[in-house]
Ligand binder design. Structure first.
Ligand SMILES: *Cc1c(COP(=O)(O)O)cnc(C)c1O
Length: 372
């Protein structure tokens, strides 16, 4: 029996990629703002509806550099319900993460709980648009304005997401994207920072290239986080398929919703009003008191049947040994996040997933609950 993983990276036809490689072999330009890099920055600005993008070798270095860009220090309020790189990026900048609880509907940071965590050391808020569902950007913006804080969104789950037609990437001071293999849009590995003015774009471009502004001048202690030409050309090719890929994801999400809607004790997220989604994940919650089995029971039965969902995000970042000593990480401080992390399971979703496979997964879930 074949294995089905939580995702399978989308790849365009290989023969369409060869001409890009031939071009790289012809020019011998492999990195350092080559022609594919420049073209992809422009193409992404157009597609995503943003003013400035700076491409990166991966999303984590883009997060680390975003914090450097705005010289964030002290304490930053962030979510425990994310991939661990969100908090690691703070640590790599010597910043103390302060975890805030999430809201129960879409699992993004709860703006009503942010203010009580602000101290004189707080300089920024770093929320995540979890699963690509936009945060309450208006409320977060109001708090940031009132307290003079910067906002850096970890937008690694979003691609092309809009709220009332407005790209979600245009909120906050900066937004950080990932183009890792497992994301809705991939360049094998890759990432980007979205910003809104040319001076910031220039600073980011300097920071990702050791701080060089020209052959002999280094203006800042930068890092090497440049996207190379093979990655950038893959991005250009992927862009041709992205609308189809997101449409396929949407159909799969709708298939799941149809099949799973009558299972008691299993819930899933609906589309948000006025939002165009990218369907990067399909999370469900298992309430063991109603469903009859725990999330981990379900996870294990699926695995025994060669289906490999992921418990994104379990454990919480604040529960990892490296962060659990922080004051804001103490048990009981974030009741919603602590509950959701024990119930959530992300089911397989990717453009090439067959509807027969969705059926198989749904039937398995039905049989698990039926067996009690
Ligand atoms: C994938 C991801 C990252 C890291 O991106 P990489 O490109 O893998 O370095 C950071 N934050 C979130 C929320 C992610 O999902």
């Amino acid at each position: 029996m074949k294995s089905i993983y939580v995702t399978q990276p989308f790849l365009p036809p290989l023969d369409e990629f060869i001409p890009y490689l031939e071009e790289i072999w012809r020019t011998h330009q492999l990195s350092n703002a080559g022609p594919f890099h420049e073209n992809l920055e422009q193409a992404l600005c157009d597609y995503l509806g943003v003013k400035y993008i700076s491409l990166f070798s991966n999303g984590t270095l883009a997060l680390v550099t975003a914090l450097q860009t705005l010289k964030i220090t002290g304490e930053v309020i962030t979510t425990p319900f994310s991939f661990v790189a969100t908090t690691h990026a703070l640590w790599w900048n010597g910043i103390k993460p302060v975890f805030v609880d999430i809201e129960p509907d879409y699992f993004n940071i709860d703006p009503t709980k942010v203010e009580s965590l602000i101290t004189p050391q707080t300089t920024a808020i770093m929320p995540v648009h979890v699963y690509g569902n936009p945060c309450n950007v208006q409320r977060i913006n109001e708090i940031a304005d009132a307290y003079g804080l910067k906002v850096i969104y970890d937008a690694c789950h979003t691609f092309g997401v809009t709220v009332k037609g407005e790209p979600v990437l245009n909120f906050g001071d900066l937004s950080v994207m990932s183009f890792h293999a497992t994301k809705a849009f991939n360049t094998f590995e890759g990432g980007a920072i979205v910003c809104h003015d040319p001076a910031t774009k220039k600073r980011i471009d300097n920071l990702k290239n050791f701080g060089f502004v020209n052959e002999t001048t280094v203006v800042t202690p930068g890092i090497n986080a440049k996207m190379n030409e093979v990655q950038a050309s893959m991005g250009l090719l992927q862009l041709k398929y992205i609308d189809k890929a997101i449409q396929k994801r949407k159909e799969i999400a709708s298939n799941y919703r149809d099949c799973l809607k009558d299972i008691t004790g299993l819930t899933f997220l609906g589309d948000m009003a006025d939002v165009k989604h990218c369907y990067s994940y399909f999370p469900v919650l298992i309430d063991k008191d109603i469903f009859g089995k725990t999330r981990d029971d379900v996870y294990n039965v699926l695995k025994q049947n060669n289906i490999f969902p992921r418990r994104y995000f379990y454990p919480l970042i604040s529960q990892f040994p490296t962060y659990r000593g922080l004051e804001s990480a103490q048990p009981g401080k974030m009741p919603i996040a602590e509950k959701i992390t024990g119930q959530v399971l992300c089911l397989p979703i990717f453009p090439d997933l067959k509807s027969a496979d969705v059926k198989t997964i749904c039937n398995l879930l039905i049989s698990i609950t039926g067996s009690i």
